[in-house]
Design a protein around this ligand. Structure first.
Ligand SMILES: Cc1cc2nc3c(=O)[nH]c(=O)nc-3n(C[C@H](O)[C@H](O)[C@H](O)COP(=O)(O)OP(=O)(O)OC[C@H]3O[C@@H](n4cnc5c(N)ncnc54)[C@H](O)[C@@H]3O)c2cc1C
Length: 404
């Protein structure tokens, strides 16, 4: 780039954009963060309601595999801003972290508001200017950025570089509505269609099961689909099923549903007990008991789990201990559809990574970078989403700095 870069517009004040703003302003650049909402970081605050899973403590080699097809492109970004870097960053903002039993990393406060407050104060101290209620609409003929503001008013800006950090398309009321996709498509940027990621699925529960057990957790279970098994938790919802273990399989389930219309998820309600051991317990505890009591007493199944067995295997569960153990170890649930995108935790699709150079600059638009969830990558819950968003913000900011 011929012009020296002094000013940068960061459009989108979520984790990816704010991280880019931090790196750029720390290096002395003049940075303006624009956002269409009245306040910044709304999705980050929403993530905080679930405890704010910042990243994951597993081995780096395993960590990067969570990005699936995008792992190769994301690995160098995460090498340059690792989970350890993210933890150090949060702690420097006064947010001590801890590793939960599943290996996930959380701030001790288990919410995002103190982190976001300290972060925005740091950015302000570094000279970052925030312009909220600025809805980015694209570029005008002169090549200036165009923002809609209050009423019909329009504002333009002509920074030396632009970082787009516009998020995905889930939870649009938090700000990220995906409207940017049309603007970029018109500029010839290749996009993969938005799809719900880490989302729940519809299940045609019986009326009794739905009304009695919606909101009940299924803890320490294993879910299997398409040759993959995931241990964890799920949550029965009135519409179907959601929760961490479901999300971990959700990309495969979503693709299969789009091909075949409905799929069967296999639930092992007691993954720590082998089938023969469970059958033995059921056999020994069996005399004179109802099946419900037997399952409750010998296998500690909850009422929700026992009724889930009936949803999958029919009201009359097998009497034979071997067959009953088989049922507990393998209950089918038919998933008929993926939940709508507006309630998904994240979005798959967006700007295809092939549009970007190593520093996340759009090859077709020199000086314009794209970061965070607006890029076409997806990952399960577990902190991989925020780690990816933060790391991409750092990468683009460093790439801008390297152009100076
Ligand atoms: C309920 C929920 C829980 C979650 N929990 C976790 C978790 O525990 N761990 C985890 O890793 N991830 C979690 N996530 C996902 C995580 O929050 C997102 O992946 C992350 O916020 C993406 O960051 P981003 O900066 O790319 O986009 P966003 O956070 O979506 O920020 C994009 C910003 O761009 C702005 N914007 C969009 N369009 C325009 C426009 N045209 N003009 C101006 N501004 C615009 C938006 O207003 C928004 O502020 C959760 C998400 C949800 C919904």
């Amino acid at each position: 780039m011929s012009k020296s870069i002094e000013s940068v517009a960061v459009i989108g004040g979520g984790p990816a954009g704010l991280m880019a703003a931090e790196v750029l302003s720390a290096a002395g650049l003049s940075v303006v963060v624009y956002d269409r909402m009245p306040t910044l970081g709304r999705k980050l605050l929403m993530a905080g309601r679930g405890g704010l899973n910042l990243t994951h403590s597993e081995d780096f080699a395993a960590f990067v595999t969570r990005y699936g097809a995008a792992a190769e492109r994301l690995t160098p970004l995460i090498e340059a801003f690792t989970p350890a870097d993210l933890i150090a960053w949060a702690e420097a903002l006064g947010q001590e972290t801890f590793i939960g039993s599943s290996g996930r990393v959380f701030p001790r406060a288990l919410k995002a508001s103190p982190l976001l407050r300290a972060w925005l104060a740091r950015l302000t101290a570094q000279g970052v200017e925030f312009r909220t209620r600025r809805d980015w609409r694209g570029w005008n003929e002169a090549g200036d950025l165009v923002f809609g503001t209050e009423g019909d008013a329009v504002e333009t800006a002509c920074p030396d570089a632009t970082i787009l950090a516009l998020g995905g398309a889930s939870w649009p009321r938090l700000g990220s509505n995906g409207a940017w996709a049309q603007v970029l498509a018109q500029r010839g940027i290749e996009l993969a269609p938005f799809q719900p990621a880490n989302s729940g699925f519809d299940v045609a529960w019986s009326e009794m099961f739905r009304t009695r057990f919606a909101g009940h957790p299924l803890k320490n279970i294993a879910l299997s689909f398409g040759g993959r098994t995931v241990r964890g938790e799920a949550m029965i919802a009135d519409y179907g099923i959601e929760g961490g273990a479901v999300y971990a399989l959700s990309a495969d389930l979503r693709e299969a549903i789009s091909r075949t219309g409905a799929v069967t998820l296999d639930v092992d309600l007691r993954p720590d007990l082998s089938r023969p051991k469970l059958a033995d317990r059921l056999h020994k505890g069996g005399a004179g008991q109802s099946t419900t009591n037997l399952l409750r007493k010998t296998a500690s199944l909850t009422p929700a789990e026992i009724n889930l067995l009936r949803e999958g295997h029919g009201i009359e569960l097998p009497k034979d201990p071997g067959a009953l153990a088989r049922a507990v170890k393998s209950t089918p649930i038919t998933l008929s559809a993926v939940r709508p995108i507006d309630r998904a935790i994240s979005t798959a699709g967006g700007v295809k990574l092939s549009n970007l150079d190593e520093g996340l600059m759009l090859l077709a638009m020199p000086g314009v970078y794209a970061v965070g969830e607006m890029l076409d990558w997806e990952a399960p819950t577990g902190g991989y989403l925020l780690q990816g968003a933060f790391a991409s913000g750092v990468a683009a900011a460093r790439a801008v700095l390297s152009q100076r």
